[in-house]
Design a protein around this ligand. Sequence first.
Ligand SMILES: [Zn+2]
Length: 477
Amino acid sequence: MIENATPIRARRSAPAARALAFVTAAAVAIVGAGPATTSAHAQQAQRRLPVIRDTEIESLMRDYARPILKAAGLAKQNVRVVILNDRAFNAFVMDGRHIFINAGALFDAKTPNEVIGIFAHETGHLAGGHMIRLRERLAQAQTQSIVALLLGVGAMVAGAKAARGNSSIGQIGAPAIMAPQSAIQRSLLAYVRTQEDQADHAGVKFLNATHQSPRGMVDLFERLANDSLFRSQGADPYLQTHPMPADRVATLVQIAKASPYWNVTDPPALQLRHDLMRAKLSGFLEAQSTALRRYPLSNQSLPARYARAISTYRHGDPRQAVAQIDGLIKSEPNNPYFEELKGQVLLEGGHPNAAIAPLRRAVQLSHGAPLIEIMLGQSLIATNNKQFAGEAVALLSSALRREPEMPEAYAQLAMAYGRKGDLAHADLASAQAAFARGDTKTARQLAERAKHRLPVGSPAWVRADDIVSVKTPNRKN
Ligand SMILES: [Zn+2]
């Protein structure tokens, strides 16, 4: 689980820093999606959206979404599920290539089928092209306002932080974020209302086509609709973007119950992965007392032990955590994520040498998951052992080809090159790190320096030249 906002570079004193950060790649991808989204300050603010990157959860999400997307004829569009670190229940689509889901929704979903039901409904919006008109409608609004609206309070906090941190953002501080919100919200609701029935129908159709039950979708929507009756304010953002009047739910129940797959349940292996995911979210995101209440010691199931092990490490006892994780590995020796967790605990506890073996095994068991390769590369570098530099370069380069928007991994790559004495490639990697962070000025300076050190026309020189030639976004937009 990658979930810390402080770049590694900044932690000079720690021999082995936290494993990477909340990554913002997906949020940046929205920025490129429309004409209203080019301003530098909007980019700055969106880069701060808290996206959770985690191989285990992402792989589960892909397995949930893939059959549905295929049934919808969207298999080739490379739709990605992006997990936002927000406790509120929400899921939405915006640009045709991403389905966003809050950690809160994953947490509230008791079965895989409920999440699959959410994806079926969202895929109904995707397949219906609903978000294209949505985007046109929102084109006049400030990007930041849209994001603040859709993501709720979290994004507004991010905007406010951005405003404090950068004078060019100060001019569009909190009032600018707040003001148009209610207007946008009204038009958004008026628009989305007419699409919800379509998305429900399409969702049930996709579930039927994949022989899965629409029951999870119904259960979830009924729960949300009931909740909203008891809350006049602060309803889940999902209800704001997907209005759920009683007649809509009634219609959904009717078509869902007609499904021949109504009584189909999730395979037990999938339910276990789902339970492990919820345990992981609890361990990482909740207070230790809350996690322990949810997963008391009397519960000796694998998910409960997983949640407690993570919570133990998050709240300051790495030695005890490693013992607990060893117990998990004993129960499931081929689970890559238990090995990954052990590596992360050891790395962050200042034992990068000890972290290497479990992380190597995690890379192997996950068939080279890039986020785990990055963590292994980080451990190799944190040992300060020059002999590992070549391996770290190979791992990080390979991972970055599949995850090209991770500033922290470029920074690690720069360190690995530096240790090899390859200053030209170190400069290029530092330039790429700055570029991925959105700091084009620094990126250009470093790329310029790299160009002088690289053979003219070589692939690395061309990459440096690309960064030098990038235009600065117009700050007056
Ligand atoms: Zn909807």
